[in-house]
Design a binder for this molecule. Structure first.
Ligand code: HEM
Length: 263
């Protein structure tokens, strides 16, 4: 029998996965389905982002500069979609959210291991974020691997170094499980590349797009949280919006921002 759309995409399984927990007078609360659908859609996009960034790192390792730029553009577009999707959830009023919030119990986006994998892969290396995952669990093992592995930034610097650019030795030999630090010698090199290498400059601009994309998502998420639950604590046990605000405006790649006043 010829393959059908439903069989290929496993549509039956997919649309059976949205299972509201709330118990209103006439069954589940109407708005819980949107909340579940949007979170599941985000998780699918997180999976796709991990897939694309892993691929991008292989392309950097193979010195495929045009294909790197192509993949960076795709990643950037997915980030734009992530940010836009917040608009849909912002149609959920505080009253609508409170109609089912108690059923979330301690569940929170805070526990999204794919989001943490994404942060680690992009270079936000913070082992404290592994706390929600029991040692030995699939999430813990996956995150430990990501923590110890080079980030996208390390792959980019190795690519520059292979192309003959003098990336400072201490930057090349940095402990990749540590957060990315600013380096003035590296900044000089990046400025020189901006001034002389148009294609590599485009690659750096695309990295800045991704950096800004994640910052934009964090900002839209915290505003959504503020308008939905105000300053209430989160279901994941944090102070809520107050905690989320502390994550804003931290760049992934500080030197790509630090050099701008010198360009
Ligand atoms: C009404 C909608 C939402 C509310 C009220 C909300 C609330 C919160 C709160 C209060 C936190 C802080 C941790 C805690 O729970 O104590 C948090 C973290 C988080 N949420 Fe949401 N959230 C919403 C929608 C979403 C959506 C759609 C996603 C997409 C996956 C998401 C992903 C995350 C992530 C990844 C974190 C961890 C952020 C970090 O630690 O930097 N949230 N959320």
């Amino acid at each position: 029998m010829a393959l059908s759309y439903g069989d290929y995409l496993k549509v039956d399984e997919l649309i059976s996965l949205q299972q509201p927990l709330s118990k209103g007078p006439n069954g589940p609360e109407h708005d819980e389905l949107l909340f579940i659908t949007i979170h599941q859609a985000y998780e699918l996009w997180f999976k796709q982002l991990l897939h694309e960034i892993d691929h991008l790192m292989v392309l950097f390792a193979e010195d495929e500069k045009f294909r790197c730029l192509h993949t960076l553009k795709r990643i950037r577009t997915i980030f734009k979609t992530l940010v836009q999707q917040v608009d849909i959830l912002e149609t959920l009023s505080p009253l609508e959210f409170s109609s089912f919030r108690e059923f979330l119990d301690t569940a929170s986006g805070f526990q999204s291991f794919q989001f943490r994998e994404l942060e680690f892969l992009l270079g936000v290396k913070n082992p404290a974020k592994m706390k929600p995952y029991p040692e030995g669990s699939k999430a813990f093992v996956g995150l430990t691997k990501r923590l110890k592995a080079p980030s996208l930034w390390d792959a980019f610097l190795a690519f520059l170094s292979r192309r003959g650019f003098a990336v400072p030795l201490d930057v090349m030999k940095r402990d990749v499980s540590e957060p990315i630090k600013s380096d003035s010698e590296l900044q000089d090199l990046l400025i020189m590349i901006y001034q002389t290498e148009p294609l590599l400059s485009e690659i750096m601009e695309a990295l800045v797009d991704i950096d800004e994309g994640l910052q934009e998502w964090r900002y839209r998420h915290v505003k959504m949280v503020e308008r939905t639950i105000g300053m209430k604590p989160g279901t994941g046990g944090s102070s809520g919006a107050e905690y989320l605000r502390s994550t804003l405006f931290a760049p992934l790649y500080p030197d790509l921002w630090n050099i701008r006043y010198r360009l």
